[in-house]
Design a binder for this molecule. Sequence first.
Ligand code: ADP
Ligand code: ADP
Length: 225
Amino acid sequence: MANVSLQKVEKSYQNVHVVHGIDLDIDDGEFVVLVGPSGCGKSTTLRMVAGLERLTGGEIHIGERVVNDVPPRERDIAMVFQNYALYPHMTVAENMAYGLRLRKMDETEVKKRVAIAADMLDLNALLERRPQALSGGQRQRVAMGRAMVREPKVFLFDEPLSNLDAKLRVKMRAEIKKLHQMVRTTTIYVTHDQVEAMTLADRVVVMNKGRIEQVGPPQLLYHEP
Ligand code: ADP
Ligand code: ADP
């Protein structure tokens, strides 16, 4: 596990500032949700933590390390995307194992971790299927499994439920919450859905126009206009 600290984090493209000097300290094991209107800079902020975007100012710390120049693979993070990003030619088991095999992890350990994740996420019956033979909710569980087996210090979620129908969203929300209660991995979760934010967050960060507008407990959102 690790704490994450954003210090005066900035991002601009040419002359357009999309993130304006954000300061945010996230505790070890905390579940923080970034909310705010479309285009306010949530995803850009998350992608900077992931190492998928470079900062144009400030620093990001994960645990003891300043990670500004650390490539994504070496950050001890795992990210779950809205579009699942599964490999179509691989089975569910292979998809989950991929990131570990890439890192040349011992095969016994790979199998063990995939088995544990499959149990936790109820994927045992699906391990030999390919993504196209899965429902949206099942695909999203595989994407979570792929992140989980890495045993990262930090989980990053970028609108992971946006492509699911309302009923499935509610179910997956509960599963994500249960998973966090079990593993207690530091989590940063981006959504534009306030209900999702309220049910999942230990702390909600409301962004607007590239700035943090409010930080507080989920009840904070009840006072939004
Ligand atoms: P959110 O996740 O809150 O919807 P984003 O972080 O995706 O917002 O985007 C924030 C702003 O940055 C938007 O105005 C978007 O158009 C802009 N932006 C994102 N990526 C790029 C890019 N590669 N080039 C230029 N502008 C970008
Ligand atoms: P990992 O090595 O962590 O298992 P992958 O090999 O699956 O990651 O992906 C390589 C890089 O591409 C990672 O840094 C990941 O964050 C990024 N990436 C994967 N899927 C997507 C996506 N759908 N959108 C944006 N970036 C992605």
